[in-house]
Design a protein around this ligand. Sequence first.
Ligand SMILES: Cc1cc2nc3c(=O)[nH]c(=O)nc-3n(C[C@H](O)[C@H](O)[C@H](O)COP(=O)(O)OP(=O)(O)OC[C@H]3O[C@@H](n4cnc5c(N)ncnc54)[C@H](O)[C@@H]3O)c2cc1C
Length: 509
Amino acid sequence: MMWYDSRAAHRRRKIAQWTADAALLPPGALPPELAAELQQKITGTVVLPGDPDYDADRMLSNPRFSAHPAVIVYCETEADVAECLDVAQRARLAVVVRSGGHSTGGFSAQDGFLLDVSRLNDVVVEPEAMTAWAGPGTQFRKLNAKLEFLDLHTPGGACPDVCVGGYMQGGGYGFTARIFGVNCDQVLAVRVMLADGRMVEADAKRDPDLFWAVRGGTGSNFGVLLGVKYRLYRGARFTGFSIRWQMEDGEGRAQAAAALEWLQAHFMRGDAAPDLGYQMIWAFEGPEGRTKTPRLLMRGMYRGALPDLKRLLVPVIQLPGAVVESFYDSTPYSELNRCLLSQPYEVPDFPQDMQPMPPPEAKLSRYIEQPLSAADWRRLIDCFLDTPSPYTIAAMEIYGGAIERGPDHPNAFLHRRVCCDLFFDVFWLSETEREVMADYLERWRETVAPFWNGRVYQNYPSPHDPDFGAHYWGEDYDRLRAVKSRYDPGDLFRYPQSIRPLPAATAAT
Ligand SMILES: Cc1cc2nc3c(=O)[nH]c(=O)nc-3n(C[C@H](O)[C@H](O)[C@H](O)COP(=O)(O)OP(=O)(O)OC[C@H]3O[C@@H](n4cnc5c(N)ncnc54)[C@H](O)[C@@H]3O)c2cc1C
């Protein structure tokens, strides 16, 4: 018999190094004695400023953000999470949680305690019950693969790297959201560790306020989300289509604007085409190295047979300027999602050798509720075409259908009666380009303002938004503040757009 711990020697060396280098640690770093105590207690990994991996580990998917956390901890068990929360409280460090690191506001890495749960990514599917539990660090690539193997589905998003932890708490839109509802509408129960280390399993009956808030109230607010129980649907295969309008000349732009007016009137709100989910993407496409062509793309999925989809789309295909690019016969969701966003060109269509990949990005989300005329759409299209960069995209994530009907148990995702989320994505490769694109984004903000309903999709936050509470939740922000006061009264989970607890006197009433 022999006892051997393959990690022990490395950990001993690391702890010795922290002690030796204590004087070199930047101010604000977790004191080495606390880091050592934590590392000895947990299964996961503690990373301090100065460690060889620190600079890579502190980055998010968007290289625009560059926080310097006091400590980064990769948790491997729920016990690890509890130890982290204890140390963060003792060190008086604000905590943010990271699952996939895709926050468009950069909120999953701040200068305090970064609690990473990407290793908590177990998926347990219960096919008889038509449910699945997923850990917060589960990438949609893995969840979809597990479900598709059993011909099961729950709505996910466009990007396979995005994780359950952040995505679900912000709503969760994808090609099938219009058919089944957004991702957080599928949640039957959640497991959350509160700031004091208590574990809560919340559902419609147990801790219903927390259950309401976690589904749409965004992450790093009420506790550490450690498990999500999803409702599943039979049938992981969908048919699909892709239609385009060219927007190179005046005639093409007029046709694209008229198509958007028609689609908004007939194919968005309410129960129009309930088995159809689709997005409209405004992008520049073309073979690498040649001039790119501006196009309006309509791409979507249908729960049904291809002949039925073709019949449904006849009035769209008959719109002036519409060109059918492809129809896809029954295809697994994740493969169809990939095809719709990469054929014939990726969206956005970056050169293969661009560095960094992905480049720094800024996003601006605006919900559209009122009907727009073709002239209104044309104004927006003209502003889009005025972009200084061929990598700019605008996309309309179309609502209505099951999103508008809402879930059995209401949640904190409140954008139900809208036509679409119209968002803009700009990218840059240098400081000069960043300034140019920031100016351009401002112009877009002003152009879209008259058509905006005042709400923003909370999964697409901009880092600077003083009115985020009103933009994400409107009048329900105060209800979220009350839940925050109850479950995180000490405001341990804190970042620029975290939900503010109510003043103590108000919270107690
Ligand atoms: C390339 C790309 C594609 C995207 N595509 C889509 C799309 O198709 N549809 C869509 O709806 N959205 C999309 N998004 C937005 C995405 O849904 C959000 O950014 C989402 O919050 C990311 O979740 P994450 O866990 O990957 O990121 P993270 O940055 O880790 O988390 C996001 C937020 O949740 C918090 N958080 C994370 N995990 C936990 C946890 N376990 N407990 C408590 N708080 C936690 C974080 O602190 C942060 O505030 C996309 C984003 C990117 C960058």
